[in-house]
Design a binder for this molecule. Structure first.
Ligand code: AMP
Ligand code: GLY
Length: 424
């Protein structure tokens, strides 16, 4: 079968690398891809949101399954477009992708389904949001723009003044455009975060191993938020008992509630959780694999991923046995360009990739890379996801950083403490 993967980040490289290993995969295309996806698959020069061109390509190249990486094409309805053309595609419809694309929709659904989450209020009028903040006790809150804002539309506030300012920025100044047309103001939760992802066909839920990412730019969790500076799997914070609880109290009721709302959910359901003293609570849902969580997850997955995604599209996930995992943990260290998450330079040639990839139990996933005159160059903020397995978390970390040391380009940097919170 020919496969088309949509996207161009580290997650899509991991998907291409894993799917290529399936004996059932013939050609694996990635649109638009990066230098790494062109190595493990074949790049196609079509943007992830150019649906007519993607449909045409899928038809002309007898693509049997399309797999969508990022949220924006899902929220824009790529699955609806492909299904209308009778093309097989893995991911939620536009209506189901609202679970990530609208925080108000997500919170309302969680409340109805009695899934544990922070107390919240939603607003369409910034005056009312500010009145609400002024009228109540000055407690830590989180102000969130309703729509997609690449993770930046969330402001964690220590007190009222910060929250009033956040309302102003998101809902009046519209720093993230129409995303701020509606707001959620919710109670601030304390604890450690974990990511629990599941593949579902809307009936059966196949839960993946728990993972954790590092969102802050700098060591120890300091600095601005990023797309994720590293990740590891499994997350010891979530033991088997807690994972089971999350399945029963979070994933199952959410999938049922989506069905009742006539938005049956097929795809990856990603629960971003805060593990509080009162147990896990949902911070948000994503409707896709996490990036970089996908990289250590797929490094450990032994089951043929194509079989699983294919079964989900045919709504026969109940016939897929339990997933098989490499018992060894995996750690992914993101190498970034100078300046990221702000403005950064592009175009520097990257050295040492072959040496790093040749190390045992290491895979260098590309994120922001491109080919220029036969050389791999940096072409994004997050450039590489250097991923390694090890007998335990400490050894996986050591293996990943050993590979990082082989790689260099001017201005390259990474956090030095990826996975330390797993060992704390
Ligand atoms: P979200 O996009 O809703 O996951 O928010 C992005 C990040 O903001 C999360 O990963 C948390 O670090 C933080 N966050 C969101 N909601 C809360 C909350 N209620 N309490 C504390 N931190 C939060
Ligand atoms: N790593 C967090 C995300 O993919 O949204």
């Amino acid at each position: 079968m020919n496969i088309l993967i949509v996207g161009n980040g580290g997650r899509e490289h991991a998907l291409a690398w894993k799917i290529t290993q399936s004996p059932r995969a013939d050609r694996v295309f990635v649109a638009p891809g990066n230098a790494g996806t062109d190595y493990d698959g074949e790049n196609v020069d079509i943007q992830a949101t150019d649906f007519p061109a993607l449909v045409k390509f899928a038809k002309e190249n007898r693509v049997g399954l399309t797999v969508v990486g990022p949220e924006s094409p899902l929220a824009a309805g790529i699955v609806d477009v492909f299904e209308a053309e009778r093309l097989r595609i893995f991911g939620p419809t536009r209506a189901a992708a609202e679970l990530e694309a609208s925080k108000v929709f997500c919170k309302d659904l969680l409340r109805h389904a009695d899934v544990p989450t922070a107390e919240y209020h939603s607003f369409t009028d910034p005056d009312e949001a500010q009145k609400f903040l002024n009228d109540r006790e000055d407690v830590p809150v989180v102000v969130k723009a309703d729509g997609l804002a690449a993770g930046k539309g969330v402001v964690v506030c220590t007190g009222r003044d910060e929250a009033l300012q956040a309302v102003d920025r998101l809902a009046r100044k519209k720093e993230f455009g129409t995303s701020g047309d509606r707001l959620v103001i919710e109670e601030r939760l304390d604890g450690q975060e974990a990511s629990v992802l599941a593949i579902t066909d809307g009936r059966t839920i196949v839960t993946l191993q728990p993972a954790q990412d590092h969102k802050a730019a700098l060591d120890g969790g300091a600095g601005p938020n990023t797309g994720g500076m590293g990740a590891y799997c499994p997350a010891p914070l979530v033991d088997d008992e807690m994972l089971h609880w999350i399945e029963e109290r979070v994933l199952v009721p959410t999938v049922h509630a989506m069905k009742r709302a006539r938005r049956p959910f097929l795809g990856v359901l990603y629960a971003g959780l805060m593990i509080t003293s009162q147990g896990p609570k949902v911070l948000e849902f994503n409707v896709r694999f996490g990036d970089p969580e996908c990289q250590p997850l797929l490094m450990r997955l032994k089951t043929d991923l194509l079989d699983v995604l294919d079964a989900a599209v045919d709504k026969r996930l109940d016939r897929i046995g339990p997933l098989q995992w490499d018992p060894r943990p995996a750690v992914c260290v993101v190498m970034a360009s100078q300046g990221y998450p702000g403005h950064y330079a592009k175009g520097q040639p990257i050295r040492g990739l072959v040496d790093a990839d040749a190390l045992p139990d290491v895979k260098v996933f590309h994120a922001g890379t491109a080919m220029r005159n036969g050389e791999v160059v940096a072409a994004g903020g997050r450039v590489l996801g250097v991923t390694a397995l090890g007998e335990n978390i400490a050894k996986a970390k050591l293996n990943a950083y050993r590979a990082v040391k082989c790689i260099r380009w001017p201005g390259a940097w990474c956090r030095k403490d990826i996975s330390d919170k797993a060992m704390a």
